[in-house]
Design a protein around this ligand. Sequence first.
Ligand SMILES: *Cc1c(COP(=O)(O)O)cnc(C)c1O
Length: 362
Amino acid sequence: MNRDQFIQRIIPQSIIESAAYQVVDSTGMIKLDAMENPYSWPDALRSSLANRLAACELNRYPDPSARAVRTSIKSWMKIPNALSVLFGNGSDEIIALLISSLIGSGRSVCAPDPSFVMFKVLAKQFRVPFHALPLDEEMDLDTGQWIEGLNSNDAGIVFVPQPNNPTGNLFTDGRLRAVVESTDALVVIDEAYTAFTDADYIDWAEKYPNVLIMRTLSKIGLAGSRFGLLIGAPEWISEYDKLRLPYNINTLSQAAVVFALEHSEILEEQSAAIRSERQRLTLELGHRNVKVWPSEANFILVEMPKGRAFEIFEGLKSVNILVKCLDGVHPALADTLRITVGIPCESDAMLMVLDQLLDIGR
Ligand SMILES: *Cc1c(COP(=O)(O)O)cnc(C)c1O
């Protein structure tokens, strides 16, 4: 057999037909596409971080239970002592770990439709059945269909981003509660955008036997450190901890996160700035000929005039402004762009070009 034949024989057809996760090259662009914190740190702080990292012993394996980070993150996030925490290499790794626990069980993974793509991508990768559960016209949970869907699809785990990505809205509290109370699935409330909303469901992990909370440091300003958390009752966390790869959080990430949390006021100031810029950008966009969805996250979903989203996306890109075009991804997202909240001058640049592009089509 030649190499191609070996590959055909060894790699399952479903993988051969799939595509790797695509990230466009954004060198030199105004990046309003990936929900990153646009702010950096003062030079003095970067130098002391460099010193801290220089002291790391890279010849040794990392602390497998990441004790230093655990202490600082539990206190900064005010995680109750009764709850345990598992760390992942980004919350993507935690999603993978949770889904992998269902392999061969016959039970399915569910998530809102539309929502964060990794739920479906990873379920597919692990060949765990995936079911998308519908949202209503307000992008809120359709409780009736959810309860029915979780039951009829024998759901093992349902992921609920709160607020949701890419829509940006919070699901109604009462509806989420109805779903949690009616299902025998594990409900993972994904609080990736916790820094930009007052909503906080950590106490549900204590109150409900079938709720875990997932968070990440990516959106608040540490995307490069790849650090996610799963928070819940020790009985749940100790089971999932058996599936975690040893040393999954590397030494440099552990040290960088501890350092960042020693200066957490910077992260907090930056997320406050992002929140107020979100408000300004929402108002500004509202003065234009577009529909703006309310957002509790660090991005805004905007519906462009009919049929024009891709052309406007391309127009912005041609002057080095990168946003996310969601037109064609899902019927409810027709004509939409998802715009990450950047620093004010980035918003202004984007708005100026957007005005020109909207004018052309008039
Ligand atoms: C960005 C995002 C994540 C993934 O975050 P990482 O920690 O960077 O892997 C998870 N869930 C939702 C809803 C997100 O938007």
